[in-house]
Design a binder for this molecule. Structure first.
Ligand SMILES: Cc1cc2nc3c(=O)[nH]c(=O)nc-3n(C[C@H](O)[C@H](O)[C@H](O)COP(=O)(O)OP(=O)(O)OC[C@H]3O[C@@H](n4cnc5c(N)ncnc54)[C@H](O)[C@@H]3O)c2cc1C
Length: 474
C-alpha cells in the first residue's frame, strides 16, 4: 500500500468517473489532490473484468457511453492521448418486436423516422429541433446552468419533456413502433413511465443517439477510468486504492474533501461533522429500483431474428410500450416482472479485444425492486430467446450479479440502484438536498451521481462539485 502524505489541498473519496473528474478539475487548478479508493481497482462504474471465462472481457457496470460523448467536461480532456478510443457501432440501438422486425434508432434522424411508418413525420418534427438546438440545450439538461442559454429552445423541449413518457408517447405517436422505441429510451429513467418527467429521458436518450451515438470504449469501460487516472497523474494527482473509508477522520488533512459516494454512505462517514438536521435530510433521499445483471461468454453472436439487431450496439428487448410500462412499474412497486424490459449490449461485435476469435460477449440487465436479491437471469434469457431463438445454445458460461452482489462490488450501488438515487422530478432539481454539491459542513462536498445531473458516465457531477469547492476556497 502506497504511503500518503499527511496534508493535501484536496482529498476525493472514491474513484468513479465523478471522483476522477472532480480530482482532475482540482488538479488543473493547481491543487495537490489525493483520490482514495476503497476497492483494489479504480473506476467504480467503469470497470472491466473476466467475469466468465479467460479472454472474455465484461463491463461489470456501464458499457455504452452516449453521456460521456455529450459531456462538455470530458470533451475538454485529452483522453485519447491517455489511451481512450471510442467505437461507434453501425446502429446505436435496435428494438426487436414479435413480428420479427426491429425498430432502429440510427445516427440520422431521417433514417430513424423512415422506419417508423405512419409516425415518420411526427418523429422528424419532434427530434429535428432538439438535435439542432442541442448546443443550446446541453447546459440546461446536463446541469451546467439552471438558466437556459436559449429560453425558446428550452420551452420547446419542456413542452414535451415535462410529461410522463406514457402520455407523451401516445400523444406524439400513433403506431406501436415509435411508441416502443420512445418507451425503451424513457425506461433509462428507471421510473414508472407514467411518472413525470420520464418523457424528458425519452427525448434526451433519443437525442443522444443522433447527436453523439451510443459508443463503446475499445478494451472496455475500464479504459475510461484508466485514461482519466493517467491524465490526473500527469497533473500531479495521486490515487491510493484498497482503502475503504469508514470515517472522514481516517483521511489525511485537506482544505476540501469531495465524496464520490451516495448520501447514505456520507452520513456514516461524516458522523458528527454534519448536524442532525442535515443528516435527517440526507436520510430522506430516495433510492430507485436495483438491477439484476447478467454477462455471457458466447460461442457466437446473438442470433437475433431481425437483421438490424445484429448491427446494433445496444438492443432493447422489451416488446411493446405496454410491456415496458408493466416492467418498470413492477420494479418500482417491489414486484418481479415475468417479462422484464432487458437492456442488452453486444460490444464484442464491434470490438475484437473483448473475446477470443469467433467468440462473443453479451451484457444485459433488467430493473428489479431495490434490494431484491432475485436472480432473474432465466427471465432475462427468455426475453432474449424470444427475439433471438437459439440464443441459449450459444451460452458457454454466465455470470449473474444480484443487487447485493452489485453493492458488494461497489458500495455506491445501494440496493442495486445504479444511478445514485431515484431520478424523480424533486430529486432532479434538489439532488440530494437543496444545497446540491455542498453539505452542512464547511469544506465537505458530495460529487457523485447523487448530485446533478445524476447517473451516467459523464463526470459532470464531479466537475461541477469541484468548481463549487474551488469558488469557495477562493
Ligand atoms: C449495471 C450498470 C450498468 C450501467 N450502465 C451504464 C451505461 O451503459 N452507461 C452509462 O453512462 N452509465 C451506466 N451506468 C451508470 C454509471 O456507471 C454510474 O452512473 C457512474 O459510474 C456513476 O459514477 P460515480 O463516480 O458517481 O460513482 P461510481 O462509478 O459508483 O464510483 C464510486 C466509487 O467510490 C468508491 N467508494 C464508495 N465508497 C467508498 C468509501 N467509503 N471509501 C473509498 N471508496 C469508496 C467505490 O468503490 C467506487 O469506485 C451503469 C451502472 C451499472 C451498475
Amino acid at each position: 500500500m502506497n504511503k500518503l502524505k499527511s496534508q493535501y489541498d484536496a482529498v476525493v473519496v472514491g474513484s468513479g468517473p465523478n471522483g476522477l473528474a472532480a480530482a482532475i478539475t482540482l488538479a488543473q487548478a493547481g491543487l495537490s489532490v489525493l483520490v482514495v479508493e476503497g476497492k483494489d481497482t479504480i473506476g467504480g462504474g467503469t470497470r472491466t473484468e473476466e467475469l466468465t471465462l479467460p479472454g472474455f472481457l465484461h463491463d461489470v457496470c456501464s458499457s455504452v457511453f452516449p453521456m460521456a460523448l455529450l459531456s462538455p467536461f470530458f470533451r475538454t480532456l485529452p483522453l485519447k492521448e491517455h489511451g481512450l478510443e471510442w467505437i461507434q457501432p453501425e446502429i446505436p440501438l435496435a428494438h426487436p418486436l414479435d413480428d420479427g422486425t426491429a425498430v432502429i434508432a440510427d445516427r440520422s434522424v431521417d433514417n430513424t423516422a423512415e422506419n417508423l411508418g405512419e409516425d415518420a413525420d411526427a418523429y422528424r418534427k419532434l427530434m429535428r429541433p432538439i438535435v439542432e438546438d442541442w448546443g443550446k440545450l446541453e447546459s440546461l439538461l446536463l446541469g451546467y446552468g439552471r438558466i437556459p442559454k436559449s429560453p425558446l429552445a428550452a420551452a420547446r423541449f419542456g413542452w414535451h419533456a415535462l410529461h410522463s413518457a406514457s402520455k407523451a408517447a401516445r400523444s406524439l405517436f400513433r403506431g406501436a413502433r415509435a411508441r416502443a422505441l420512445f418507451g425503451g429510451n424513457a425506461a433509462h429513467s428507471i421510473l414508472p413511465l407514467e411518472q413525470m418527467p420520464t418523457a424528458a429521458f425519452g427525448l434526451v436518450f433519443a437525442a443522444s443517439e443522433h447527436v453523439a451515438g451510443w459508443p463503446f470504449a475499445r478494451g472496455g469501460a475500464k479504459k475510461i477510468a484508466e485514461a482519466l487516472a493517467s491524465y490526473l497523474r500527469s497533473l500531479g494527482g495521486e490515487i491510493a486504492t484498497g482503502r475503504m473509508v469508514k470515517s472522514l477522520d481516517e483521511l489525511p488533512g485537506a482544505r476540501v474533501v469531495l465524496c464520490d459516494v451516495t448520501p447514505k454512505q456520507l452520513v456514516k462517514m461524516a458522523g458528527a461533522r454534519l448536524p442532525e438536521s442535515f443528516r435527517a435530510k440526507l436520510g430522506r433521499f430516495q433510492y430507485g429500483p436495483g438491477v439484476c445483471k447478467v454477462d455471457w461468454a458466447l460461442d457466437g453472436p446473438i442470433p437475433w431474428r431481425a437483421e438490424e439487431c445484429k448491427r446494433a450496439g445496444t438492443v432493447h428487448a422489451g416488446g411493446t410500450i405496454e410491456e415496458i410500462e408493466a416492467s418498470e412499474r413492477a420494479a418500482w412497486n417491489g414486484e418481479i416482472c415475468e417479462r422484464p424490459f432487458v437492456l442488452v449490449a453486444q460490444a464484442s461485435l464491434f470490438d475484437s479485444t473483448r473475446a477470443p476469435t469467433g467468440k462473443h460477449t453479451g451484457w444485459a440487465y433488467c430493473h428489479v425492486p431495490n434490494g431484491s436479491n432475485a436472480d432473474v437471469s432465466d427471465k432475462i434469457e427468455a426475453q432474449i430467446e424470444r427475439f433471438a431463438p437459439g440464443f441459449r445454445e450459444r451460452i458457454l458460461k454466465r455470470s449473474v450479479l444480484t443487487t447485493s452482489q452489485m453493492e458488494a462490488r461497489n458500495p455506491n450501488l445501494i440496493g442495486g440502484d445504479i444511478t445514485g438515487g431515484a431520478a424523480t422530478l424533486r430529486q432532479l432539481l434538489f439532488r440530494p438536498t437543496a444545497r446540491i454539491y455542498r453539505t452542512a459542513a464547511k469544506g465537505l462536498y458530495l460529487c457523485s451521481a447523487s448530485t446533478p445531473p445524476g447517473g451516467g458516465v459523464h463526470g459532470i457531477c464531479g466537475h461541477l462539485a469541484a468548481r463549487m469547492a474551488l469558488r469557495e476556497l477562493r
